[in-house]
Write a protein that binds this ligand. Sequence first.
Ligand code: IMP
Ligand code: MG
Length: 397
Amino acid sequence: MNRVVVGLQWGDEGKGKVVTYLSRYHDFVVRFSGGANAGHTVNYGDFKMVHHLMPSADFSRNVGVAIGSGVLLDPDVFSQEHRELFDKFPGYSGKILISENAHVVLDLHKRFDEMVDQLLRIGTTKRGIGPATADRAMRVSVRLADIDDPEKMKTLLEKNLSLKKMYGLSAELNEIVRRLEGFYQSFREHIVPVLQLKRILEEKSLLFEGTQGVLLDVDVGTYPYVTSTSCSSAGVSAGMGFPVKVDEVVGVFKAYTTRVGEGPFPTELKGKEGELLRETGREYGATTGRPRRCGWLDLPLLKYAIEVAGVDVLVMTKADVLVGFEKVKVCVKYKGEGELLSLKGLERKEPVYETFDGWKSLEDERFARFVSFIEKETGKKIKYVSTGEKVGDMLEV
Ligand code: IMP
Ligand code: MG
């Protein structure tokens, strides 16, 4: 049985924790898009791991991990997380597979990201994801497979560097080659042809780990304030490069909303209330450390994301953060508007709120009322409620 976990807001819904928890029911956790812009924090109790590239499998249970062709692979980040994995779990015996068609992210991409974002002001994570995606589309990017073919790799890099020159950027070709070859040598046993990956995974039960969230998806998100890749369930087959049957789409959302970077956010709280959410929920970016913008739950956007991603069941996270809040608000619609079919003009929408009594604990009946209200509004069952930071803090309902 295959599942995909997708974020239903602007990322940071707690997918890392949810995926790690659910991974006990699967053989492999598979990343299909995005790259080290993701920051999935997993709290094992004694320590935390922040996964940027390494899939969030429960390593204590030896669940395997795989990285598909659609992932933009930063060799330095991957090496570092691979080291951390064996530091924390020296006996880990799960399989680690990487598609040889995955493209690499270079330092050059990160520098370009910095430079371009000064002008475009999207508020990217500066992990080079947009520029690497652009290079892939321009056909001047290097895949892992190309590293094993030095002439081809050099030709691609020469073309790439001539294009970058137009933007006033330069890099040392031999230095790039040296680093890529070093990476390839270290990980060659894990780098597999796409058909081999397909055959291995076909036999297994897979948990696809979405990154970012539906509202940051390049096709259906708040463009241009989005990431450059697909973050929704629709991206799974494209990201793997072969059709994948997904039996269940699990949508993860926070009991309130956060966003990092620029772009519309109708329920954003700019004053003290926003600060309270940020401090209570410790809402600081796992990748960049930036304070996250905070606001109330937005049902029109949640319903949009659920439908566009074909969500089957929901997981609510961070409702524990709201314990002790006297009142909790939910945006139930936008002023003067019916159902939200498009994100067009989102920056001009005005939320209409319904106010709920806050809850004293997650066993509180007032919390149960909040849960049923969301289930009724979305028409989807909330199958799990995350009750705290640690992997095991999950309530199946
Ligand atoms: P990029 O993906 O670094 O190009 O950034 C584009 C937009 O997506 C920016 O608003 C980022 O803050 C946002 N973003 C990218 N990755 C994440 C994530 O993992 N969590 C939350 N926001 C993200
Ligand atoms: Mg995150």
